[in-house]
Design a protein around this ligand. Structure first.
Ligand code: PLP
Length: 505
């Protein structure tokens, strides 16, 4: 591609970006394509000869776009918002232009320095306590810090792995103390040490509510530790309570197992409800567990102070928040903080000769699984500078106001009842008829969601909270207006009427 061809192509891309922003309803909100349809339209192999941008552009429009679900469409009320903003698009362009990697400080100091600064900027913007930040001033240990992971799943896996590492070392130290004096050479032997560690590992148990995101269970599966789901109840807003966790931990201890990790969700995936953090934190000392807060979705809303229902956060060990959900940043930017930086990093540190450490430098490779890293902090830096915290607060307030407005209209519709509370720009409803049993409500709610999604006029997500089927509704488009909401509600109402008619026939 020549410079001239690039300029012409970029012009087309920019026109597309502007049009996509200006006309969010231009393309259908969802797609009617069938599985393998795009795959079958593509050639079996990559082209041998270079092709013109015009040919690629044609296929992008004719093959790829029709297969896209439009997450930035005003009728997209499913899953959660997927961040997007002009500063983010600018940063993405610069990142790909620079073609640089930042695994160590020396590989590209600017990446490390900006990542480090953004951990603090976002931390302070969201009210994350200073002891989680780099060189936190108000923290006696000053062992805080963090990194930018790709996804919450990755951040949560790293938290589980670090907690596992810390607990195994603690247990090994205990055993070595018992063995002190009579420790034989064979115990020092590496194979024996691995066996010892494997035995401890087989006893480790992680705890998290049934409402935790599945990435917690996946992390436990990958870490080969027991995952103990903890029950939650309606009277507690489906949030995990200390007594229930304590009961589970006691039972496990009696079985000879070792509690090591507690997963606290602030903003669950189904209803964005929160575990009762403040009363859970004493479990950290009582059972010597690593407490991690998953605020992947809700954490971004903490930029507005009144949304911070996170009392006790200063007592936990680590926290993760996805900026690619409710913070206008495109995938994947997931921030992770810990106030036990040194213990956390012990799990991941490895020092090959070709990755020499610069003394005093924060090497990003020590923080998790990946070695290569994109310059993701540039996205955060440009967004924060160009929107300012005022702009971010205005965005969050708009999303939560619009959600309240939509909820107030939807719950007035006949046969629709609210489920749980409205949290962080998400509310949930069920379809019901007078005198119905829960199974009937569940089946109808499920069908209603399918019916609405099959109409391709709007997109919603179904979920299930401890046996209750629900329809989740959230606002995803940054510039959503009351007019957009009125249109969504009118379509919802029409589809509801059609659903009822179809049900009768
Ligand atoms: N945690 C919560 C509360 C979530 O809602 C989600 C995704 O929706 C995740 C974790 C997983 O996020 P990611 O897709 O970044 O792995």
């Amino acid at each position: 591609m020549t410079e001239h061809e690039f300029i012409l192509a970029m012009k087309k891309v920019i026109e597309f970006v502007i049009d996509f922003y200006r006309n969010p309803s231009k393309y259908p909100v969802s797609t009617e394509i069938k599985p393998n349809q795009i795959f079958n339209q593509l050639p079996k192999t990559a082209p041998e000869d270079p092709q013109d941008f015009s040919a690629v552009w044609k296929d992008f429009n004719n093959i790829i776009i029709p297969g896209c679900v439009q997450w930035q469409h005003p009728r997209f009320h499913a899953f959660f918002p997927c961040g997007r903003s002009y500063p983010d698009i600018l940063a993405e362009t610069l990142i790909s232009s620079m073609g640089t990697v930042g695994f160590t400080w020396s590989a590209n100091p600017a990446i490390t320095e900006l990542d480090t600064a953004m951990i603090n900027w976002i931390g302070r913007a969201l009210g994350i306590p200073e002891c989680f930040l780099f060189r936190g001033d108000n923290c006696s240990t000053s062992d805080g810090g963090g990194w930018i992971a790709d996804t919450a799943s990755e951040a949560i896996f790293c938290a589980v792995m670090a907690a596992r590492h810390v607990k195994i070392e603690e247990e090994v130290a205990k055993l070595e103390k018992i063995e002190e004096g009579k420790m034989t050479e064979s115990i020092k032997d590496t194979t024996m040490k691995y066996q010892q560690r494997a035995e401890i590992m087989s006893k480790l148990v992680a705890y998290g509510s049934y409402e935790s995101h599945s990435s917690f269970e996946k992390a436990c599966k990958m870490a080969c530790v027991h995952c103990r789901p903890v029950n939650v109840f309606e009277q507690d807003d489906w949030g995990m309570r200390r007594k229930t966790v304590e009961n589970e931990m006691e039972k496990d201890k009696q079985r000879g197992l070792i509690p090591f990790y507690l997963h606290v969700a602030l903003g669950t995936t189904s209803t964005a409800t929160s575990d009762h953090l403040k009363e859970l934190t004493p479990l950290k000392e009582m059972y010597k567990v690593w407490v991690h807060v998953d605020a992947a979705y809700a954490g971004s809303a903490w930029v507005v102070e009144k949304n911070r229902n996170n009392e006790g956060i200063d007592k936990v060990d680590s926290v993760n928040i996805n900026l690619h959900k409710l913070f206008l940043t495109s995938t994947s930017v997931s921030l992770f903080w810990t106030r036990r930086q040194h213990e956390y990093k012990e799990c991941f540190r490895i020092d090959p000769a070709y990755l020499k450490k610069k003394s005093g430098a924060n090497d990003l490779r020590d923080w998790g699984i990946p070695l290569s890293r994109r310059f993701k902090s540039l996205k955060v830096y440009m967004l924060l500078r160009m929107y300012g915290l005022k702009g971010m607060r205005a965005y969050i307030n708009r999303i939560t106001d619009m959600t309240d407005y939509m909820e107030s209209l939807i719950v007035k519709l006949p046969n629709i009842r609210k489920f749980g509370k409205t949290n962080y720009g998400l509310f949930c409803v069920q379809y019901y008829e007078e005198g119905w049993k829960e199974e009937q409500v569940n089946a109808a709610t499920n069908h209603l969601c399918e019916f609405m999604n099959n109409s391709h006029k709007m997109v919603l997500t179904h979920s299930n909270v401890r046996g209750h089927d629900i329809l989740r509704v959230c606002i995803t488009l940054e510039r959503t207006t009351k007019k957009d909401i009125d249109e969504s509600v009118a379509i919802f109402k029409q589809l509801l009427d059609d659903f009822k008619k179809e049900k009768k026939t």
